[in-house]
Design a protein around this ligand. Structure first.
Ligand code: XMP
Ligand code: MG
Length: 178
């Protein structure tokens, strides 16, 4: 059995997209001190590859959050498992996300970080599922719009597996049956 039904974003697609997005981000933040904020664990790969395309003065910080909900539905109640180390007052912050699905988690995160006195808070996401968006989140830097399917790879997991794949693929539903 194949674990994936289809590769939807290849390693080369990701690399070229990050070249373009990082060029835009470098230009937009020229002369500013930029803090990249990644949400663990899914954003680890995109953060690493984006940050390496930034000037060496760029900084990285991390948060871990958990969304409460009934079953697979997020309720919008989010709990911080690991907070940032950095004080955001006066900082230019760019949230780096792997994927926006309903937008509920990121909507909450934006509100939370904006309440900390940052000079600016913007969002970059590698993937977005347009069919699934329930809460509009302003995304300044977007990688790819993808179909409303469960995907894995490049940081995204199923049961903590497949995060290390260099591409993004649709998981074979037969894998859930294990
Ligand atoms: P929201 O709040 O936007 O949640 O619904 C986004 C979070 O949900 C997870 N997610 C996925 N994880 N494959 C995954 O491995 C997917 O297709 C997928 N869709 C959503 C992910 O943790 C993201 O941060
Ligand atoms: Mg996950």
């Amino acid at each position: 059995m194949d674990d994936f039904t289809k590769v939807i974003v290849s390693e080369n697609d990701i690399s070229r997209k990050l070249d373009a997005l990082s060029a835009q981000i470098r230009e937009d933040y020229e002369g500013k001190d930029l803090l990249l904020v990644g949400v663990l664990k899914g954003a680890v790969m995109v953060m690493a590859d984006l940050a390496r395309r930034m000037p060496p003065t760029v900084q990285m910080d991390w948060m871990a959050v958990s969304s409460y909900g009934s079953g697979t539905k997020s309720s919008g109640v989010v709990r911080i498992l690991k907070d940032l180390d950095a004080d955001l007052s006066g900082r230019h912050v760019l949230i780096v996300e792997d994927i926006i699905d309903t937008g509920i988690t990121l909507h909450w995160l934006l509100g939370n970080l904006r309440s900390r006195g940052a000079a600016s808070v913007e969002v970059m996401t590698l993937l977005r599922k347009p069919d699934a968006v329930q809460v509009e989140v302003p995304v300044k830097y977007l990688g790819f719009e993808i179909p409303n399917e469960f995907v894995v790879g490049y940081g995204l997991d199923y049961a903590e597996r497949y995060r290390t794949l260099p591409f993004v693929a649709i998981l074979n539903p037969a894998v859930y049956g294990d």
